[in-house]
Design a protein around this ligand. Structure first.
Ligand code: F6R
Length: 610
């Protein structure tokens, strides 16, 4: 989730590019850089940390050149460092590139280029693009960009400048954003509109695989065969804040809609061609994996719910005994664990005080510690033996959404990886699941693009005045119900309980009265019939049932008052979809009650105190 901005025009562009980066700050970053074409060469600056560091050295390059590119980086491959910051250049120093996204086949491409004598100076996947362009260049940057694109797999946007073509920037996208800003005698390419909004409101949105060539005179688009493409110019009337939210009314809604992309990032490069799972940096050798006798998952809040989902997958697929515990409790127990235990700490921030303390306790007891986190360089990554990054991109809304979904996916990948390594699933069985996992980002995208938000809003607006909600689920549906209830509590402030549906008759059913709203996670599963008996029990007490069900399940309409359908997938993967209507439901209940969802009262995004 990096930020890109490029400028070509008549004005010196160093400061214009820097201002563009400032406007992309909200996306999060750990390093930044700028490259400007000047006097037949590039002036190039990189810095680690926040943009003040880059600003502090900005006058090391003259503010003279009128073509340049700049980048803020959110590390995915290679730690945050000056060498890994973009722009990257090729061996000859004639091409500079910035990239957002992931080049999934960068390992073989890099090996191939190195064998031909190309020298790499960073650990990033992005640097291969500079060398691919160097290899392909025969006098046309446009053609070299296409040639590089044809060889790359993954999802990415990149922009390139060349000393031999000093008045041009060429960009191209594949499943990640790229937008053209049209000015007067100057033009922009960026990953998001805020980068140039103070300069122009005229924009063009290129589609995937369309090459964009901008000069000070204008912008031209071509398909991969070089044929011109026409796209309408649009005018955006957003203010700065709306632009940061990409037109969504809140960051939370934007982040819910970013989930397909975040899931694609989590998967990128982690499923090999043969369908096996590839996880680097886990810190687990095959011998260590075989020696694991027990898994303990520690986490807080939403991350705890991702841990619960992980338990089902690790037990079912890897046949490992798993305990999941809230970190604030675990840290004060005397857990019976030893060096045959793997402790998995899940924390989007990697800074939660209780989770860090629980990790330390597990380590003292001899356990190996794996951190599942979204933040490169966070404390959890420094204290763990291994790391699994969730790659959700920066989450600004306080209520976690896309970080939850990516944690869940990371846990599924981990469970499949351990299951195969321990011999509990065959390569063919793993492949059957990874083949389906690959389809999830697309299914979720289609679901959201088909107007899921509006559909859920219609139902949520009916229930928004409620004074109490109950959420029910069984098996994998239970952590989903717990997460749906947490979202409702956090942003709508409505008392909400979540229960294992089979437990209802042991007490909570007494809460129900005529019209009490009950949300049920009722996607297809082996336990569906048992769940339906529980639903009949609550219906018999006068409850109004809102069910999340698999597409095609018409029968549920006879029992439930409202049904929110999600695409049908294997039950082990269904939480990746079924939680989304619950996020949207909580969102619209809160909105209909006039609450400020991005900053719920009493909550902080990162809880660094006990
Ligand atoms: C809920 C939420 C919190 C966090 C919890 C743990 O929407 O965001 O419950 O999940 O504070 O935070 P991390 O994952 O950063 O350890």
């Amino acid at each position: 989730m990096c930020g890109i901005v490029g400028y070509v025009g008549r004005r010196p562009c160093r400061d214009i590019l820097f201002d563009g980066l400032r406007k992309l700050e909200y996306r999060g970053y750990d390093s930044a850089g700028i490259s400007v074409v000047q006097d037949g060469r590039f002036s190039l600056l990189h810095s680690v940390g926040n943009l003040d560091n880059l600003e502090g050295i900005l006058d090391q390059i003259e503010n003279g050149g009128t073509t340049g590119i700049a980048h803020t980086r959110w590390a995915t491959h290679g730690r945050p460092s000056s060498e890994n910051a973009h722009p990257h250049t090729d061996c000859s120093g004639r091409f500079a590139i910035v990239l957002n996204g992931i080049v999934e086949n960068y390992v073989p491409l890099r090996a191939e280029l190195q064998a031909e004598g190309h020298e790499f100076t960073s650990q990033t996947d992005a640097e291969v693009v500079a060398h691919l362009i160097e290899r392909a260049y025969q006098g046309s940057l446009h053609e070299a960009v296409v040639e590089a694109y044809r060889q790359m797999e993954g999802h990415f946007t990149y922009c390139v400048i060349a000393v031999d073509e000093p008045d041009v920037i060429v960009g191209i996208r594949k499943e990640t954003p790229l937008v053209v800003g049209l000015g007067d005698g100057e033009n922009y390419l960026a990953s998001a509109i805020p980068a140039f909004l103070s300069q122009t409101r005229s924009v063009i949105f290129p589609e995937d695989a369309e090459v964009v060539v901008i000069t000070s005179e204008g912008a031209e688009l071509f398909d991969l065969d070089g044929l011109p493409v026409r796209r309408d110019t649009q005018t955006v009337d957003w203010d700065d804040e709306a632009a940061e939210k990409a037109g969504y009314e809140t960051f939370m809604l934007k982040e819910i809609h970013e989930q397909p992309t975040s899931l694609a990032e989590t998967l990128a490069g982690r499923i090999a061609h043969d369908g096996s799972v590839v996880l680097e940096d886990l810190g687990l050798t095959p011998e260590l994996i075989r020696e694991i006798e027990q898994v303990v998952i520690v986490a807080c809040g939403t991350s705890y719910h991702a841990g619960l989902l992980g338990k089902y997958a690790l037990e079912r697929w890897a046949r490992l005994p798993v305990e999941v515990e809230v970190a604030s409790e675990f840290r004060y127990r005397e857990p019976v664990i030893g060096d045959d235990c793997l402790c998995i700490a899940i924390s989007q921030s990697g800074e939660t005080a209780d989770t860090l303390a629980a990790m330390r306790l597990a380590r003292q007891a001899g356990a190996g510690v794996l951190a599942v986190t979204n933040i490169v360089g966070s404390q959890a990554t420094r204290e763990a033996d291994g790391v699994l990054f969730t790659r959700a991109g920066l989450e600004i809304g306080v209520a976690a959404t896309k970080t939850f979904l990516t944690q869940e996916l990371a846990m599924l990948l981990l469970a499949l990886y351990l299951a195969e390594a321990r011999g509990h699933l065959s390569p063919t069985e793993v492949r059957a699941f990874t083949d389906q996992l690959r389809t999830i980002p697309g299914l979720l995208r289609d679901y959201l693009e088909a107007g899921a938000a509006a559909t859920v809003n219609e139902v949520a607006s009916v229930y928004a005045p409620s004074r109490f909600f109950l959420c029910l689920g069984r098996n994998l549906g239970l952590p989903v119900a717990l997460e749906g209830a947490l979202k409702l509590k956090e942003i709508s402030y409505i008392p909400t309980d979540a229960y294992a549906a089979g437990e209802m008759k042991h007490g909570p059913i007494a809460l129900l009265e005529e019209g009490s709203p009950v949300l049920v996670v009722a996607t297809d599963s082996f336990i569906y019939d048992k769940l339906m008996s529980n639903v009949q029990e609550v219906k018999a007490r006068g409850a109004r049932v809102i069910a999340v069900a698999s597409q095609g399940n018409k029968g549920i309409e006879e029992i439930a008052d409202d049904v929110l359908y999600v695409p049908k997938v294997h039950e082990m993967l269904s939480p990746l979809l079924s939680v989304v209507p619950l996020q949207l439901f909580a969102y619209y209940v809160a909105k209909n009650r006039g609450e400020k969802v991005d900053q719920p009262r009493n909550l902080a995004k990162t809880v660094t105190v006990e």
